[in-house]
Design a protein. Structure first.
Length: 317
């Protein structure tokens, strides 16, 4: 009987969030090692969460990654992956591999998984949805100079028409992170940035980034040091301290841009944790790191043993 009561308590805890978010659009950046897990339960966990969102009248929009599959395809083609500041250096041959893997292999797989679990999903190649400009990185070792990453783009425009049509029809759009520039060339784009731009364009209520870490960590080697609550004013100091570095840079920059553009809250969650999306959205404790502008519900993730950062401990930049 106690187990049944506990289940009822869980449903009641979720109820105010279900009521609050009814009809809202949530963008989920779907990616991480769970996509390659040999365990079907792990591979389908996030897709189940997406189907749950559909069932409670929340409109999920998925932008997926697939970096490890791209690396494997490159190795098969005799090409070596190279990263700078968390971005994949991409020549023309690599751009074609990226588009093939993301848009014609991974995208249909994600769509099929959602459908198999009772959801409704439609896949889109990013080249149908995103316009981009060539991305240049600032050279940290040579101030004033920039680094050419090749066919790496920064999403600057989102074709929302097909996405809104899907949402209005009760389907979840699933989008790969590729794009075309003004000349029609195909570019590889960071999935986190693509997801953030999608959230901005659709005026989404929430943006959830999935990865292989419990959230933003003060010590990357210690998963117990997750920062559970982060105000955007604290980001500059975390960058200077090296806490936000490498692959976290585009994630955090995208989160800050999304918050400033009106997204209510951005979350970093661990895709390896079963039902991390539901735990973050529908429970008081939440999981991972929540990024907000000012207030928000200050909470401690159950696995966190560190203090929530405050203006006294983290200087604003």
């Amino acid at each position: 009987m106690q187990a049944l009561i506990a289940k009822a308590d869980t449903l009641l805890e979720a109820l105010p969030y279900i009521q609050k978010f009814n009809g809202a659009t949530f963008v989920v950046k779907y990616g991480g090692s769970f996509m390659d897990s040999p365990d079907p339960a792990v591979r389908t966990s996030v897709a189940r969460d997406i189907v749950f969102l559909e069932a409670v009248e929340i409109n999920p929009v998925v932008v997926h990654g697939g970096g490890k599959a791209i690396t494997r395809a490159m190795e098969k083609a005799g090409l070596q992956a190279h990263f700078l500041q968390g971005q994949r250096v991409t020549d023309e041959a690599t751009a074609q591999i990226v588009d093939e893997v993301l848009s014609r292999e991974i995208n249909p797989e994600v769509v099929a998984t959602i459908r198999a679990l009772g959801g409704r999903a439609v896949g889109f190649a990013g080249t149908e949805i995103f316009k981009c400009r060539k991305l240049w990185l600032d050279d940290r070792e040579n101030p004033g100079r920039q680094i050419d990453l090749g066919y790496v783009g920064e999403v600057v425009e989102v074709n929302t028409g097909p996405l809104k049509e899907c949402i209005w029809s009760g389907f979840t759009p699933v989008i790969s992170p590729t794009a075309r520039d003004e000349e029609g060339k195909v570019y590889n784009c960071n999935a986190d940035v693509a997801a953030a731009q999608t959230a901005l364009a659709l005026k989404a209520k929430r943006l959830v980034f999935m990865s292989d870490v419990p959230g933003l960590l003060r010590d990357p080697q210690n998963p117990a040091t997750v920062i559970s609550h982060l105000k955007i004013a604290e980001v500059a100091e975390l960058k200077r301290a090296g806490i936000v570095d490498k692959g976290m840079i585009p994630k955090v920059n995208s989160a800050v841009a999304a918050i400033r553009a009106g997204v209510e809250k951005v979350s970093f969650v661990d895709g390896r944790v079963p039902h991390a999306v539901l735990l973050e959205i529908f429970t008081d404790a939440g999981v991972g790191t929540e990024v907000v502008e000012l207030g928000g519900r200050i909470r401690r993730a159950p696995h966190s043993t560190t203090s929530v950062p405050t203006p006294a401990s983290v200087k604003t930049g």
